[in-house]
Design a protein around this ligand. Sequence first.
Ligand code: HEC
Length: 183
Amino acid sequence: MSCWARITGSVALALATLTLAVSTGLAEDNYDLVARYVLETVRAFRTAYVLNVVEHVREGGIIPKEDWIKDAHAIPLPAQFVKAAGADLESFEIGLIGLTPVYKSNLPRTQAEIDALQRLTSDRSQKVISFVDGNQFKAMAADIAVVQSCVDCHNIHPDSPWRNYKKGDIMGAVIVRLNKHGK
Ligand code: HEC
């Protein structure tokens, strides 16, 4: 092989590697951006639901409660509101998880999710953590007991395994799970 051919070959190989690295890198960045937008949107809608709906109708005697469906004077809990919206999605998932959840169905699904949730809980400077997990790209944001009622309800719920929440605690996380290759 001539020297020129060898150089051209190496350059082509280097370029191909670089292209692959850049495109993989970009794809990951894109997932990260999408995941962060989704998380921000979910949190914004949940906050708007709490502040504009839950707090508003409370004065009229309508309260959020778990079995709201049976009561014409009740509305869904904020967590149920998020879950109901999530149930209507097809190409990705949103949800709420916790290490000591009211329901086991809200436990992290994989070891990577457990690790990320533990990191969020132990280091409060980390607001959002994103990572690849199998064929999904995931991001989670800490869910904080911003008002006393978060704590009160979880501490007395018959199915809650943890009864020592305090205002300001990280109670879990909002999670988004994006499929890396479409549906
Ligand atoms: C009146 C009761 C009530 C209030 C108030 C409440 N929650 Fe919950 N929360 C629940 C129940 C019940 C579930 C489980 C719902 C389900 O999965 O269907 C839940 C689920 C969650 C989860 C998912 C993990 C788990 O524990 O199952 C998180 C995180 C959470 N809530 C955080 C909060 C935060 C933060 C607040 C305040 C902003 C709050 N909750 C207010 C009752 C409540």
